[in-house]
Design a protein around this ligand. Structure first.
Ligand code: 5GP
Length: 179
């Protein structure tokens, strides 16, 4: 797929500066708890890999995958776990890593369902957040950048599985809304 005409929403330089700041805040908060980093696939993989390379404390990593944007989930409010965690989480501190919090449904659902397994603590870090779109309100303590209600791709975020590898974030509303 060709790179669309685009407007850069978050630049490489902004990302480069922000990641170590977030890592420092997270380290100060949960760095002494050997947290389980829960990467929400697929979109969060680049953010997670940049973030953990700034972590100077012990942690483990696991991956979880939910049904994706644009499927039945969006209107019905039902989120399906496609790939569950491999590790038990009882009494552990969890740090969810998400690409973008939009309505908040995914993280609301995931945190509620995983609470049943009795983790000690759950924190959430997201690369992007669209506060104006929120319908559910999971507590998201770490936010890379707040953005307006635009459809964005890059730095892990896709449109039809493309553009994840862009090192910056662009808005492609005109393409994504045309269907
Ligand atoms: P929520 O459950 O918070 O409504 O939606 C979260 C998911 O929606 C994200 O993990 C992401 O997959 C998708 N999403 C929401 N906004 C965007 C966007 O602007 N661009 C892309 N690529 N995905 C988005």
């Amino acid at each position: 797929m060709m790179l669309p005409e685009h407007e850069i929403v978050i630049s490489e330089e902004q990302i480069r500066r922000r990641i170590p700041q977030l890592a420092k805040l997270i380290a100060a908060d949960i760095g002494d708890s050997n947290p389980l980093i829960v990467v929400i696939l697929k979109g969060a993989f680049i953010f997670a890999s940049d973030l953990v390379r700034h972590f100077d404390f012990p942690y483990e990593i696991d991956f979880i995958s939910t049904s994706s944007y644009g499927n039945a989930t969006k209107s019905s409010g039902i989120v399906k776990i496609l790939k569950d965690l491999d590790e038990p989480i009882k009494n552990r501190t969890l740090l969810f890593i998400e690409d973008i919090v939009d309505t908040g449904l995914t993280l609301h659902y995931l945190t509620e369902i995983l609470k049943i397994r009795r983790p000690k603590r759950i924190e959430i870090a997201t690369f992007l957040s669209k506060p104006s779109r929120r319908k559910f309100h999971p507590e998201v303590k770490y936010v890379g950048f707040e953005i307006d209600d635009r459809f964005v791709v890059g730095y892990g975020l896709d449109y039809q599985q493309q553009y994840r590898g862009l090192p910056y974030v662009i808005a492609i509303d005109e393409i994504a809304t045309k269907k």
